[in-house]
Design a protein around this ligand. Structure first.
Ligand code: FDA
Length: 307
């Protein structure tokens, strides 16, 4: 946890951001996690993954827009993503994720709701294309869940994400199960205070397994989003024991992480969806991926020393 905190802190310094953005050295590492800057670059990545038997989710990087104009631009970009997916052979296996702070959450709930509904309208007309609302830091959890629930009563092609790091998640999972709203379960990518979240990784992992089992038994097509092979093995054993068919849930992983495991699960006949991020605002996402695994930092340091 300490090294993750440290990496995220150092990554937030603007000088470090400048170096990472400008240095050639980082380009191949960035490319591993981020599919490109534009839709022209990212749609072929999804098409390739789908041709290989995966499902994909397109994610436009960026968060916390600073103005109404930027929120409108993000909403228009989401609609453009859907339009381009609709023209592509990857369409039946591709959907999108959106972030409410890109839709204008810091500018106001009404604006955000209007943008979210406009995106869903467009997606619904595309044969119910699914739109998932990513979960951001705990400052937004309550508002995100209430808005998804509100909008879900009119649009069934939406769902959201729960983070096992948060103490509140078992109750939220029950609520979303009762309503029939689709959930992606993750561990949680944000640094959260002890007041709201487990600080001990083993507790986050334990909670992940407990909530995942509940979702697999009672949830509406849950997404188990982790690269943790030990957890995945436990959940596969659980599915076997409780006779939960493989079509009732899916695994989700991030582009470029544990590609071996992605292949292995797909070959074993499970639904595996790859989350494919793209866009110019890749820096915060990239720092979170670096912080998750100190080995990524060692790779950079090794290359720096070599060069
Ligand atoms: P953990 O961090 O314990 O890693 C398990 C293993 O995976 C590691 O031992 C390593 O082998 C591999 N691994 C993990 N991260 C790696 C990396 N960066 N580089 C190389 N190897 C790595 N979070 C959030 O707060 N809100 C959200 O909406 C989402 N959405 C989302 C979608 C999808 C599809 C995924 C897979 C994840 C998210 N997340 C997220 C991120 C999530 O919360 C979490 O930060 C990451 O998935 C890493 O946690 P793991 O579950 O993989 O476990």
């Amino acid at each position: 946890m300490l090294s993750r905190t440290l990496v995220l802190k150092v990554a937030s310094w603007s000088l470090v951001e400048h170096i990472v953005r400008k240095t050639f050295l980082f380009r191949s590492l960035v490319k591993r996690f981020v599919a490109g800057d534009t839709l022209d670059e990212v749609i072929p990545v999804c098409e390739d993954l789908v041709a290989r038997g995966f499902f994909t989710t397109l994610d436009l990087l960026g968060e916390n827009v600073k103005s109404v104009e930027a929120a409108v631009a993000a909403k228009n970009a989401y609609i453009e993503m859907l339009r381009r997916i609709g023209q592509s052979p990857c369409r039946p296996r591709t959907n999108i994720s959106i972030k409410l702070t890109q839709c204008g959450f810091d500018q106001g709930d009404e604006l955000t709701e209007a943008h979210y509904r406009e995106v869903l309208d467009f997606a619904q007309a595309m044969d119910e294309c699914f739109v998932r609302v990513d979960m951001e830091s705990s400052a937004y959890t309550e508002r995100t869940l209430r808005l998804v629930e509100k909008v879900w009563s009119d649009y069934k092609n939406t769902g959201t994400v729960l983070q096992s790091a948060l103490y509140r998640t078992p109750q939220d999972a029950q609520q979303l199960i009762d309503l029939g709203i689709r959930v992606r379960l993750v561990k949680g990518a944000y640094l959260e205070p002890e007041r709201v979240a487990y600080q001990d990784k083993s507790k986050v992992d334990e909670a992940f397994v407990d909530v995942a089992k509940k979702l697999m038994l009672e949830g509406n097509y849950p997404a188990i989003a982790t690269h943790d092979e030990a957890i995945i093995d436990q959940l596969l054993a659980f599915a076997k024991e409780r006779k939960i068919e493989s079509e009732r849930f899916e695994f989700q992983m991030l582009l470029g992480i544990r590609r071996d495991l992605q292949e292995k699960l797909r070959e074993a006949g499970y639904h595996v969806r790859i989350y494919v991020p793209f866009g110019e605002s890749w820096y915060p996402y990239f720092s979170r991926r670096l912080a998750e695994r100190p080995a990524n930092m060692f790779f950079i340091l090794k290359s720096l020393l070599k060069g």
